[in-house]
Design a protein around this ligand. Sequence first.
Ligand SMILES: Cc1cc2nc3c(=O)[nH]c(=O)nc-3n(C[C@H](O)[C@H](O)[C@H](O)COP(=O)(O)OP(=O)(O)OC[C@H]3O[C@@H](n4cnc5c(N)ncnc54)[C@H](O)[C@@H]3O)c2cc1C
Ligand code: FES
Length: 261
Amino acid sequence: MNQEKTTVVQHELFQGDYRLLRVAAPVIGPQVQPGQFVHLRIPRLENAVLRRPFSVFKADAEGLSILYATIGMGTEALNSVQVGEEVCLLGPLGTGFPNLGKNTTTPVLVAGGYGNAALYLQAATLPVKGIAFFGGRTAQDILCVDEFKALGWDVRVATDDGSLGIKGLVTAALDPWLEEQETIQAVEVFSCGPNPMLKAVGDRALDKGFTAWLSMDRNMACGVGACLTCVIKRKTETGWEWARCCKDGPVFNAEEILWED
Ligand SMILES: Cc1cc2nc3c(=O)[nH]c(=O)nc-3n(C[C@H](O)[C@H](O)[C@H](O)COP(=O)(O)OP(=O)(O)OC[C@H]3O[C@@H](n4cnc5c(N)ncnc54)[C@H](O)[C@@H]3O)c2cc1C
Ligand code: FES
């Protein structure tokens, strides 16, 4: 993990509510593994000392990019950051997605919201391409379909309003496909999105006997495992323990997660 003063090299509307921010980050960029995130100090954010976590969308030797939606004070302030401005990052942080299990023949991605961005590096890196299920409210919320297709993924989309793909939640697209799968070890699921979606995806995968890796979304403060703001309950042989989403996760095996109502 490094702290790096980076320079914004691109900042523009990407699609719908999402903006693309790319920074020159020659220290952090080359170290990023799929599913990891950066903790970003937002310039000129007065009255707020905390950084904000963002999954790395793309990374290379020169830098990295994030895709972010404006939802509150921090992301609103981030909107006004200009190309050439300095942004301080901590990263890469967290435990990201693993590589494919040795028996896996069909990787499956399931994403909602910023999950498409969080899964992009995994999609690019996995040695076998499979099926990607993307869900969102409208067509505008479904990010990077063409890019995932260009990587070789078979993309299936569901939107709440039916403006792209089938009408319904992402599970409306996933369920019929899961029903057709008979072997129990060939499918491995990688998912990122809102927690209710993750629970639905994890439950379905486990019911079928598939391994599922879920990138959990929790509010974070320190981002480095020190403050316990981001804990979830992780099953143990004798009960459960607290696990930190920022350090032990954000990616967890669905089998480990003890969901709370
Ligand atoms: C590991 C991780 C990766 C993330 N990656 C991305 C990404 O790639 N793109 C992206 O757009 N967003 C991502 N997020 C969410 C992003 O961090 C929040 O949107 C951001 O911190 C909100 O900051 P804010 O100051 O604008 O909102 P705030 O003013 O802090 O909050 C506004 C409202 O949103 C709620 N909120 C804040 N953070 C979260 C959260 N993490 N989950 C649910 N509700 C929240 C608050 O409780 C409040 O109700 C990620 C979050 C995590 C934990
Ligand atoms: S955010 Fe501080 S321990 Fe995870």
